[in-house]
Structures are given as C-alpha cells and as structure tokens.
Design a binder for this molecule. Structure first.
Ligand SMILES: [Fe+2]
Length: 203
C-alpha cells in the first residue's frame, strides 16, 4: 500500500476516468529522505484538469475548462502513514503556492494498519480547504474517492497474489519507485532496531 501511495504514476493507468492523465507519467518525480520522513513530489504545469479536479474546481466556484498547474506531494512517516498534498491552481497563479482563491487543494490522509502478514485495514480521508461546510460536495468527493480506491484494491489484490505466487522473485525497482523504496528502507531499519536485542556495552 505504501508503494502504491508513494508512486502515483499508476493514476494514469488505473484511475483513467477520475484523476488519471498522461502528464503524470510524463513528469518526473523528486524524492528525498530526511530522517524518517520521505517526500516524493511531482509538479505538472499548464495541463488540463482531469474529471475529479474539474468537479472540485466547480465546487470552489472556479472555471474548470482552463489549464491548471497540478501538484502531488506524498509524505511517508513511520510506521505506516502516508499523507498526500494534492491540488490544482489556475495556471500561472503560483501553483502549490497560489492564493486560496485561485486553487483547490486537499490532503489525502492514509492510515494503514497491518492486520496479518498479507492483509491490512485501510483508513482514508480527504481534508480540503475549500467550501468545507458544503455537505453535498463532501458526499460527492467521498463517493469519487471510494471509487478511486476500489480501483486500487483490484490492482493491490492482484499484486499480493503475484507476490505470494512468485515469492522467490525480487521486486523490480524503477526510478518512479524511489518513494516506496526509501519508505521500505526506513520500515526495515525500524523493525531491525526493534527486534535486535541490545548488547550490553563493555565498560
Ligand atoms: Fe491509486
């Protein structure tokens, strides 16, 4: 799940009718680790908004038929939290840093809770900063996001089946996987620290 959320390139292929667009796949990501915090970012300038973002622009009384600057900034923090800053601003207004009147932005919160070796609870939400009291908009976003995540689930379950079937094979790591790879390294280090008994230090 962390791999999925730290590499949103899949949106182009898995979420074609909502948040996917070809520019995601065409724009490289920047990934960095600071301590236990991994950030992977992608900024797409001057692109047409996909359906989900068109609806959100309308939800904030903004034109939806004009180019936008779109961003995705994914944050992993241990043990298993991913928070993703997402949004679009009317093109040329400052993008991520645009004035609130020119943009729609949210933080997708993902609290992943392992259940067994191969299953987990996935708690998600989306905190938005535009028209927060509009209940109809909330319902519409929740419905849209649930559909997006059901698309992810189909892929994730197929991946899990493949991992089980070919457990001797190594995962292929591409450039776009850097966010997931760096997050996995932190998890591995924390697990090792937790399971390795502390050796007494000779005086
Ligand atoms: Fe997805």
């Amino acid at each position: 799940m962390v791999d999925n959320l730290m590499d949103l390139t899949h949106e182009t292929y898995v979420h074609t009718t909502s948040i996917g667009q070809k520019e995601i796949d065409e724009t490289p990501v920047t990934t960095k680790t600071e301590g236990d915090h991994v950030t992977t970012s992608r900024f797409m300038d001057n692109v047409m908004p996909p359906p989900f973002w068109k609806a959100n622009l309308r939800g904030n009384n903004l034109a939806d038929d004009v180019p936008v600057d779109r961003w995705q900034v994914c944050h992993f923090v241990p043990p298993s939290h991913v928070m993703i800053e997402v949004g679009v601003a009317h093109a040329g207004k400052g993008g991520y840093n645009a004035d609130p009147k020119d943009k729609v932005s949210s933080i997708v919160v993902d609290f992943l809770t392992p259940e067994t070796e191969t299953s987990m609870w996935y708690f998600w939400g989306m905190a938005r900063n535009f028209n927060p009291r509009d209940k109809a908009l909330t319902a519409q976003i929740r419905e849209g996001q649930a559909k997006v995540f059901s698309e992810d689930m189909e892929v994730l379950e197929a991946q899990q089946r493949n991992l089980a079937k070919y457990s001797d094979r190594r995962l292929l790591m591409l450039n776009i996987d850097a966010g997931g790879v760096q997050s996995r390294r932190i998890i591995d280090r924390l697990i090792a620290a937790e399971t390795t008994p502390q050796q007494p230090v000779a005086a």
